[in-house]
Design a binder for this molecule. Sequence first.
Ligand SMILES: O=C(O)COP(=O)(O)O
Ligand SMILES: [Mg+2]
Length: 230
Amino acid sequence: MSIQAALLDLDGTLVDSIPDLARAANAMRIKLGLPPLHQELIAQFVGKGIDHLVRRAMTGGDNDASVTDEAFIVAREHFVDAYHQVNGDHATVFEGVIDGLKAMKTAGIRLAVVTNKPSVFTEQLLIQTGLRSFFDAVVSGDTCPTKKPDPGPVLHACSLLNAEPADCIFIGDSINDALAAQAAGMPVLVVPYGYNEGNSVQNLKVNDIVESVVEAAEWIERHNAAIDPA
Ligand SMILES: O=C(O)COP(=O)(O)O
Ligand SMILES: [Mg+2]
């Protein structure tokens, strides 16, 4: 079947949101009496939703350090307050995103965002960056009972788009996207410029690595032309 819909990840694929996420994480740390962390380290904590980011930012990435539920609740509130204030301020749309989305739209491909970011922040960021109107559906980290790498949010996006998973493709930047898309039964392309928890995308099991969303649009066009030559 030809590809009829594309599901795109947000942080690290469409938008470089690290400057704002790092500001909010460091504002949280300062409230907790902790020194700020380097932006590059904070970037490794992004991709599994904000609860994961808050926990990792509290411990400075030390997986063995324990965080009490009470301390986590306080820290999360600090993070959410700070991120509300800065979300979108220093975020930039990656090169090739607008042209790639336009090309897919022109080709009749329906588009959805599937992100682990909570919906209040997703909507704010999509509107502020001017990307919201490209998308027929948006699934955020709190839309479904589970987050990526679980396939639940990916399958939910398919049903919102009225598309079978086998007729969709996922475009993301991390292992969470690759695992969720594969478990949902669709091919996945990854971009190398995102976060992927500090690891290279070269080792991910994906259908292809594309340099940009424009290249992803070209990949889909080639795929569809091979299946259904005009
Ligand atoms: O961890 C996050 O909040 C961002 O996640 P995303 O890469 O799924 O957009
Ligand atoms: Mg991402």
